[in-house]
Write a protein of this length. Structure first.
Length: 394
C-alpha cells in the first residue's frame, strides 16, 4: 500500500518542494491532505492535481467543489482535515506558532511527524516530546541541520557523543560592516546566499535567530545538554551538520544545499529513495570548505537560545512570539534590523518563565508574549547594546 501523506503548508516553500518529490514517487505515496494559509488559487490547483481526501484554507473560504475532496477552513480546519484523511505521515511545513496544534495532533495520534516547523519544539518541546513518548510517534526532522544529525546518530550511542556542530551559512551579512546594520533593509535581508526559503525563515537566517531556534530544537530532539550543542559558521552550506564523539571521531552529512534532499529522506524513511533531478555532489567543485567561529556581536540571537534553556518553562514560546512580531514589523518597515533581536531579548526578560503544562498554556504564553513584543517594538529604535555572552564554550 502507498504511504498516505498530509502536506501542511502545501503552497509554501517546503510544501511545494515536497509535492515535487511526491510527484516523482507516486507509486509509493498518496497525498491525502493539503492545507494552506491564504493562497487560495495555488491550493485549488494542488487539489485539482492531487485529489486529496481533505483540504483546508485557513484564511478564506474556497468556492466550488473539486472531486470528492472535503474542504475545511480556519485554524481548526487543519486538524479537521487531518481527522478526515488519517495520514500515515504528516509533513508539517506551516510557518511559526500556527504549526503547533498540528504537531500536537500528529504526535498524540501516534502518527509519524516529518517536522519542518521547528517552532513547535521551540514553543512546547517538553510537552511534544512527552506526547511522542506516550503514543510511540516518531519525529523525523526535515531541517537540513537536524536531518544531518539524525543520520549521523543512526546506530550510535548518545552517551558517546561529545557534542554536535550545527552549521550556519552566516546569512547575507556575514562580512558586512557592523556599523551599517542599522540601515539594513528588508529587501537586503531577504537575499539569502545559499538557500531559497520563505520570508520569516530567511530573515531569521540573517539575524541567526533561526539558528537559535535550531539549538532549542536539537536539545529536544536529541536530548542533548546545552554545552553539547555548538554552532559554527560554514558559508558554503555543504556540511549540513556534524556529530563529534568522545573518541575524537566526527561524522558529517554533506551535500549541495537543496531542501528536497531532507524532505525526501524523511518521506521515504527508513528507505533512501532515488532523486534523479538532484545535482550530484562533486567534491572537486567544493574543494575548499570554510568554517568560522560565531561572532556574537554580529549574531546576538545565538545567546538567546542558551538563555531560554537556562530559564526553562515557557521561555521558548516567548522567544518565538517576540521574533514573529518583530520580524513582521521589520518586513513592514516599522523597526530596524537590529531591533528584531532587541525586541526578542526585552520580551524574554520582561516576565519570569511560567510552566507549559499543555497546549493551552503554550498558546496563552504565546499570546501574552506577542502583546509585550508589540509594545516593545513600538519603542525599539536604538541599536542593540552589547551583552555578556552566555554561550557555552567548545
Amino acid at each position: 500500500m502507498r504511504r498516505r501523506i498530509a502536506v501542511l503548508g502545501s503552497t509554501g516553500s517546503i510544501g511545494v518542494q515536497a509535492l515535487q518529490i511526491l510527484a516523482d514517487h507516486e507509486d509509493r505515496f498518496e497525498v491525502v491532505a493539503l492545507t494552506a494559509n491564504r493562497s487560495e488559487a495555488a491550493l485549488v490547483g494542488q487539489v485539482e492535481r492531487w485529489q486529496p481526501a481533505a483540504a483546508c484554507l485557513v484564511q478564506g473560504r474556497p468556492t466550488g467543489q473539486i472531486g470528492n475532496t472535503a474542504w475545511f477552513e480556519g485554524p481548526e480546519g487543519v486538524l479537521a482535515a487531518l481527522d478526515a484523511s488519517r495520514p500515515d505521515v504528516v509533513l508539517n511545513g506551516i510557518t511559526g506558532a500556527a504549526g503547533l496544534a498540528a504537531s500536537a495532533w500528529t504526535l498524540r495520534n501516534g502518527t509519524t511527524l516529518a517536522l519542518a516547523n521547528k517552532e513547535s519544539l521551540v514553543i512546547a518541546g517538553e510537552h511534544l516530546m512527552g506526547l511522542a513518548a506516550e503514543s510511540g510517534a516518531r519525529i523525523l526532522p526535515v531541517d537540513s541541520e537536524h536531518c544531518a544529525v539524525f543520520q549521523c546518530l543512526n546506530g550510535e550511542k548518545l552517551g558517546e557523543v561529545r557534542r554536535i556542530w550545527l552549521t550556519g551559512s552566516g546569512g547575507p551579512f556575514r562580512t558586512r560592516d557592523l556599523d551599517t546594520f542599522r540601515s539594513i533593509t528588508p529587501a537586503e535581508a531577504l537575499r539569502h546566499p545559499t538557500w531559497d526559503m520563505g520570508p520569516r525563515i530567511t530573515v531569521g537566517s540573517a539575524t541567526m535567530m533561526n539558528k537559535a531556534f535550531e539549538i532549542l530544537e536539537a536539545h529536544w530532539l536529541f536530548g542533548l545538554e546545552p554545552e553539547r550543542i555548538q554552532v559554527v559558521i560554514h558559508p558554503q552550506s555543504i556540511v549540513h551538520s556534524m556529530v563529534e564523539f568522545v573518541d575524537g571521531s566526527i561524522l558529517a552529512q554533506l551535500g549541495v544545499p537543496d531542501m528536497r534532499v531532507p524532505i525526501l529522506y524523511c518521506l521515504g524513511w527508513p528507505d533512501r529513495l532515488p532523486f534523479p533531478a538532484f545535482e550530484p555532489f562533486d567534491p572537486l567543485r567544493f574543494a575548499n570548505l570554510n568554517f568560522e567561529p560565531v561572532d556574537l556581536a554580529r549574531y546576538p540571537a545565538i545567546d538567546l537560545a542558551y538563555d531560554v534553556l537556562a530559564r526553562g518553562g515557557d521561555s521558548g514560546a516567548v522567544l518565538n512570539a517576540a521574533d514573529e512580531v518583530a520580524t513582521e514589523q521589520f518586513l513592514q518597515g516599522s523597526i530596524g534590523f537590529t531591533d528584531i533581536v532587541t525586541c526578542a531579548r526585552q520580551t524574554l526578560e520582561a516576565a519570569p518563565p511560567g510552566p507549559i503544562r499543555d497546549l493551552e498554556s503554550a498558546v496563552a504564553a504565546d499570546r501574552a508574549a506577542r502583546e509585550r513584543a508589540r509594545n516593545f517594538a513600538a519603542s525599539c529604535t536604538a541599536p542593540l547594546a552589547s551583552t555578556p555572552s552566555s554561550r557555552p564554550g567548545p
